[in-house]
Design a binder for this molecule. Sequence first.
Ligand code: ZN
Length: 171
Amino acid sequence: MSPFYFKFQFRNVEYSSGRNKTLLCFRVDTAGGSTEPLKGYMEDEHATAHAEEAFFQQVLPNSSKEYDVTWYVSSSPCAACAVKLANILQQRKKLRLSIFCSRLFEWEEPEIVEGLKALVQAGCKLRMMKPIDFLHVWEIYVEQEGETFTPWEDCQENYEYYVERLTDILK
Ligand SMILES: [Zn+2]
């Protein structure tokens, strides 16, 4: 993705006007680390399903193999996706999923709170992205074109804001 696109979609602002889709960067490690991890990204508009669901349809269709999946997402899952992901994790016991989110999506909605709780209960590691995680995504998934990345001024502050929200949701 381009530097501009990354900075627009991933910026961890509190109110994300104009950012109404999810950009999902993924990394899949197979058990034992015998093969190179699989890396890439996807977004809602390239798929009929939400990016989270599309990942399990396109990148990792049903398999009983052992996988460690890491996602960096611009926004946490919607209520429907959270439930779907929780079900997938309950069915595929050898799959481990860690999700690093830039922003929390509609975190005041009761269905979202229930969905995220169910997801964590199903074994998903749910975290907010720290400034260093944004740098990591920049290094791996962005065509940098010689540009260097400095996290925006309020990156740490926004991260702390969202960590508090997430802690409240999960307690
Ligand atoms: Zn969704």
